[in-house]
Design a protein around this ligand. Structure first.
Ligand SMILES: [Zn+2]
Length: 502
């Protein structure tokens, strides 16, 4: 049986959950659900990043301890993921003892292997990023490229991770593993960073105590980024359960945004090499989610909370929009008008109207009892093609393509109904066949779309008379044409997705 260890980044507790976090997390959730449908054993991890100078400062400003501050703010992410139906198996917090122990064990090993050394560092530092920059990466030579704020010149005695020694090994790894980072544009971006030459990275701080203590020198705490990346190792038992770790690690797939590409696609594989571990097999990187063409930021006040959109579109309307309308990889631009338009065309019309129409005609022409599909229906081939396309797309983290393929079955089915007009015809085998085909398509789509819109698919399942949940079905058997048994009561009801007006 296949296995998958799927991760989102852990989110910084100083942030308020916004649609950018939600985009990454909903994508990972839908991918996890697809693999579960395929009968694979999935371990889906998310969590929060709770150490570092920024958290300590924010806690101080709020007049509470760093831990109290982290507790209060981590809870907001848990609430957001509950709202959005995120089916994570573990929520890791970097202040948990299990994580502190793992960070110490992991980095002690890198130290023992000679890849961490004491040195003096002077550099240009962005407090908001908690990262050093070289001048050529800055805007106008003085401002952080992410935050647009001036960087500070900082001098400190730090432990350094000897990243510079890993350049060749990283290039070899990328060469030998063409699908290590995807899509290719992001792989090229990572390769570009490595080819430019790598500097050693400062790995510890003495300027704060809010972090994991360096075990061999307790005046220092680990720099928050190194602490954060190791969460992936903690959650599957790096230091507590080597067998469990050994079973999951070779199946790791990280899903991240391009703002943290350098850390995940350059630092993290080198850190793994430094402790004698192969890098994770897959990292999928998406672009920025823009609002009105601009990057979301606290200072621009253009961050949108998921709850605001869920109020208007429902959880499934929210999930569908970001999965379908924002292709994974390039930058995407969010607009409320675009969200209404996609919702109405795909959810209210193509899916919702098909269900309403079929339920109405089955009530009028078949006494409310759904007939079976025709084994030789032309829709069978359409469905088979769509299933193959969707499966391949989900597996390479391309939800918009997977859903487009799924919706192609609905479009064909609506066209077939328009052509056959069963609502005008006399009851009989012809009408039964057309409606049976449509019901079979609704069954199939309830399974195929379940990873994206689980709540609506469960309701759809119930309306066409099936019991249980489409989430309990297993591919590929559940995707074979003819699974709708017929003879079931088709339940009329309110529109699955009521139409929206601007
Ligand atoms: Zn910055």
């Amino acid at each position: 049986m296949g296995r998958l260890f799927l991760t989102t980044p852990i989110y910084y507790v100083n942030d308020v959950p916004h649609i950018g976090h939600a985009y990454t997390t909903v994508t990972a959730d839908a991918v996890a659900r697809w693999h579960r449908l395929a009968g694979e054993s999935v371990f889906f991890l998310t969590g929060t990043d709770e150490h570092g100078v920024k958290v300590a400062r924010a806690a101080e400003a709020a007049g509470r301890s760093s831990q109290d501050h982290a507790d209060a703010t981590a809870a907001r992410f848990q609430e957001a993921w509950k709202l959005l139906d995120i089916s994570y198996d573990d929520f890791i917090r970097t202040t948990e003892p299990r994580h502190q122990l793992t960070v110490q064990a992991f980095l002690q090993k890198a130290y023992d292997n000679g890849h961490i050394e004491l040195d003096t560092y002077e550099g240009l530092y962005c407090v908001a990023c908690e990262a050093y920059y070289v001048e050529s990466d800055l805007d106008d030579g003085l401002r952080c490229p992410i935050h647009g704020t001036p960087v500070e010149r900082l001098v400190e005695e730090n432990y350094f991770f000897r990243l510079s020694r890993f350049q060749d090994r990283l290039l070899e790894w990328y060469e030998a593993h063409p699908d290590f980072v995807s899509p290719p544009s992001k792989r090229n971006e990572a390769l570009g960073i490595i080819r430019q030459g790598l500097d050693d990275v400062s790995l510890s701080r003495t300027s704060t105590t809010w972090g994991v203590t360096v075990p061999w020198d307790e005046k220092h705490v680990f720099y928050v980024w190194f602490d954060a990346l190791i969460n992936y190792a903690t959650a599957i038992g790096y230091s507590s359960d080597p067998d469990r770790f050994g079973a999951w690690w070779p199946t790791t797939h990280h899903i991240i945004g391009k703002d943290i590409l350098r850390f995940h696609c350059v630092y993290w594989p080198a850190m793994c090499m430094a402790v004698g571990l192969d890098p994770p097999p897959h990292i999928s990187v998406h672009g920025f989610l823009l609002v009105g063409g601009e990057k979301m930021s606290k200072t621009r006040l253009n961050q949108i909370a998921p709850a605001d959109l869920v109020n208007d579109f429902g959880v499934d309307g929210f999930r569908y929009h970001f999965l379908r309308d924002v292709p994974f990889g390039p930058d995407g631009d969010f607009s409320y008008e675009g969200m209404i338009s996609r919702y109405n065309s795909d959810l209210a019309n193509n899916l919702g109207n098909l269900l309403s129409r079929v339920a109405t005609v089955v009530a009028r022409k078949c006494g409310g009892v759904g007939p079976r599909a025709r084994p030789d229906s032309p829709l069978a081939a359409v469905a088979a093609q769509a299933v193959a396309t969707a499966d391949a797309a989900w597996r390479r983290v391309a939800p918009s393509e997977a859903l487009d393929a799924t919706w192609s079955i609905l479009r064909e089915t609506n066209a077939a109904l328009e052509a056959a007009e069963p609502w005008r015809a006399e009851p009989g085998p012809e009408v039964d066949g057309v409606l049976g085909d449509a019901l079979e398509v609704l069954r199939l789509v309830a399974v195929l779309a379940y990873p994206a819109i689980p709540g609506a698919c469960e309701e759809l399942w119930r309306r066409i008379g099936l019991s249980g949940s489409p989430g309990d079905e297993r591919l590929p058997a559940a995707a074979e044409w003819g699974g709708y048994p017929g003879g079931l009561e088709v339940v009329p009801g309110d529109p699955l997705f009521p139409r929206k007006t601007a």
